[in-house]
Write a protein that binds this ligand. Sequence first.
Ligand code: ADP
Length: 269
Amino acid sequence: MDVAATVDQQSQQDVPFYEPVGNECELFEHAFRQHLPFLLKGPTGCGKTRFVSHMAARLGRPLYTVSCHDDLTAADLTGRYLLQGGETRWVDGPLTRAVREGGICYLDEVVEARKDVTVVLHPLTDDRRLLPLERTGELLEAPDDFMLVVSYNPGYQHILKSLKPSTRQRFVAMSFDFPPPAVERDIVAAESGLPAQQCAALINLAARLRAMKGQDLEEGVSTRLLIYCATLMVNGVSATQAAQATLVEPLSDDADVQEGLMEAIRATF
Ligand code: ADP
């Protein structure tokens, strides 16, 4: 499989906007300086990826982000021999590149990946910090600037797809959640350009919609979707239509659930 499409390489110049919620930036920086791997837990769209991009840029390290999926194997991360112009050449995967360059490798939704991925991660996440490349016969020692960051969404987990304790216990871990209302309002305003007052109404609505999670909804509306909604509103879409397209349709296919969400929306706008 070609992972190029799923790997997102970030240049070091721009520091993406990230509004801290607590002391997560300091904790991450400590982990980086002490060469400890980091685990982020939290629902989708709550800012985990943005946080890692922000920290990588702040620390001046290249970032390799890999969105894990159920076909992703260890070789997709480490590399493989490829036929190029009639020659067989070894091509490093994103994890190997991060180790060689002293960068940050972020494995998003790591529980989705195949089991053999954990075998590669274990020697990298203890004090040996080694990446064995069986195919090339190399044994890479991670430089001080290398950091492994993984994330998963505990809400999605089921018994077959959870991180084993032996893997989890190798990481400094932190729970992420949707930011508190005032912070989330500022984030939505900054990302979309919607005036703060209208953003505040949207955040109130989000609280009501999130309260419906569990009854019929698997996931609460994410910060990402609130930004989509605000962006449509800024560009002239009516609040009700924008909310239906971003806060109702992506969340549920069930007509009754959709109607429940729409009621909350009509009561807001
Ligand atoms: P996750 O990786 O948790 O699924 P993302 O990091 O992609 O979520 O967050 C979705 C969007 O929400 C980001 O693109 C960003 O616009 C916004 N966002 C969420 N939290 C923050 C934050 N604390 N500061 C700035 N932007 C944020």
